[in-house]
Ligand binder design. Structure first.
Ligand code: HEC
Length: 108
């Protein structure tokens, strides 16, 4: 009986970690803050602001976590990243990686 309870707890934990989804539409809404510099779809028109559109999602996530932790330093981006939750980073990275830009994507 104990074993069954243990397996159920492990099972529930596995299910709950699976429930962290990237939300494209939430990312789009959250990206409004970034638009002033990076452009509304991440295709910045100003060279000092990097293009985010079509960047690999993993790259965007790692970079935002790095700004947040301080392992990548930039006065502007550290300030923006400091206020982002893990979910925000997931959603924003999902949105920007799906825009046409740095790479040609086979599917939208
Ligand atoms: C006030 C202007 C400004 C705003 C607003 C802004 N950024 Fe940035 N962002 C920058 C600058 C400048 C850099 C380049 C910093 C550096 O050299 O590390 C940058 C770099 C980045 C990078 C790294 C790009 C790369 O190619 O390495 C990411 C990812 C990023 N920003 C995401 C965001 C997100 C997401 C938001 C909104 C939550 C945002 N930024 C808002 C100015 C801005």
């Amino acid at each position: 009986m104990k074993i069954i309870q243990l397996l159920m707890i492990i099972g529930l934990n596995l299910i709950s970690t699976e429930l962290v989804y990237a939300d494209y539409n939430a990312g789009k809404a959250k990206a409004e803050v970034c638009a002033a510099c990076h452009g509304s779809d991440g295709n910045s028109q100003i060279t000092i602001y990097p293009k985010l559109a079509g960047q690999y999602k993993n790259y965007l996530m790692n970079t935002l976590h790095a700004y947040k932790s301080g392992s990548r330093k930039n006065a502007i981006m550290s300030g923006f990243a400091a206020g982002l939750s893990d979910q925000d980073i997931e959603d924003l990275s999902e949105y920007f990686s799906k825009q046409d830009g740095l790479k040609v994507l086979p599917m939208k």
